[in-house]
Unconditional design. Structure first.
Length: 310
């Protein structure tokens, strides 16, 4: 019931009725027991997967999945290794590339078992994960991202780090760590600016102290892998539409960084700046603008042929 702690911060209009409750399911993956929260809708014509970012988990992003479920969408949210309720046998060995591989194989497995079009909604660095999974699988009908933070962009690295001055040399420094040092785990809040997770200090404090989210200890090897990761060049991303729903008042990752990456994508794109929203887009009128954008993507996706599997 972790999602209820975050649902308390929703605007009053979104709390008049209880959120659709997620059902816990489990997916075995390479020795891990991966938690996937679901709101199954067998009658739905469209499905949606929500992917959290650093310091997140399925419960934190469940309000967004619930928005989709309320629109008669088959919705799910996944806990990536280190976070949420996913059972990770070797936390010191988890790397960013493991997240990419897990999501790639999960999306392929979901598409093999269910042919309905699948939207992937990525929050924070989950936006780049959603983008990368679409590029790798060809099995995603639409990408929705609150942020497109490319670690190859020095300005994006400076924004991602808690102290901006570390963004320039962090990839080289972290990349040069010996194997034993890469296994060292440190609190994610030491390195990421969790204080600016939200415009609401109470919500930022909750995110930063959540033992399943922002309170997690992350191996330095994960951070090295993220800082040095090279995503699919946007000029080669040609088929899957991308809708950027970036919070307009984001104090952590400014919209300009995402817009710069989006402008290079060769596929159809659309931008909606969420008014009055911080990095965790939960304020009005931006949240309603997000809901409207989501309905538009759902309507468009329901009327297209699912992408070919590659």
């Amino acid at each position: 019931m972790e999602y209820l702690r975050y649902a308390e911060f929703l605007p009053a209009d979104y709390r008049r009725e209880p959120l659709i409750e997620p059902v816990a399911t489990w997916w075995p993956w390479r020795g891990r027991r991966v938690h996937v929260a679901r709101a199954a809708r067998p009658e739905a014509t469209v499905r949606m997967l929500v992917v959290h970012g650093a310091g997140g988990h399925a419960g934190l992003v469940w309000p967004f999945a619930a928005l989709a479920a309320a629109e008669s969408v088959d919705a799910m949210a996944i806990d990536l290794p280190l976070y949420g309720d996913t059972v990770e046998p070797a936390p010191s060995s988890v790397r960013y590339s493991d997240w990419v591989l897990l999501l790639t194989e999960f999306v392929r497995a979901e598409r093999e078992s269910d042919g309905r079009p699948l939207i992937v909604f990525g929050a924070s660095i989950g936006g780049m994960l959603a983008y990368e999974i679409a590029a790798r699988t060809g099995a995603v009908a639409h990408v929705i991202a609150t942020c497109l933070l490319d670690p190859a962009d020095p300005a994006a690295r400076r924004a991602a780090a808690r102290w901006s001055w570390t963004g320039g040399f962090a990839p080289r420094l972290l990349g040069s760590l010996p194997p034993r040092a890469r296994r060292l785990r440190v609190p994610i809040r030491w390195l990421a600016d969790m204080r600016n997770m939200s415009l609401d200090p109470a919500l930022s404090a909750l995110c930063g102290s959540d033992p399943r989210g922002g309170g997690v200890h992350v191996p330095l090897g994960f951070l090295a892998d993220f800082m040095n990761y090279r995503h699919t060049p946007p000029e080669e991303f040609t088929s899957t539409p991308v809708t950027l729903v970036h919070p307009a008042s984001d104090r952590w990752t400014p919209p300009a960084l995402s817009l710069r990456f989006l402008a290079r994508i060769s596929a159809p794109t659309r931008t909606v700046l969420l008014e009055n929203c911080g990095h965790f887009p939960i304020e009005e009128p931006g949240l309603s603008q997000l809901a409207t954008a989501l309905r538009g993507v759902l309507a468009d996706t329901a009327n297209v042929t699912p992408p070919d599997r590659r």
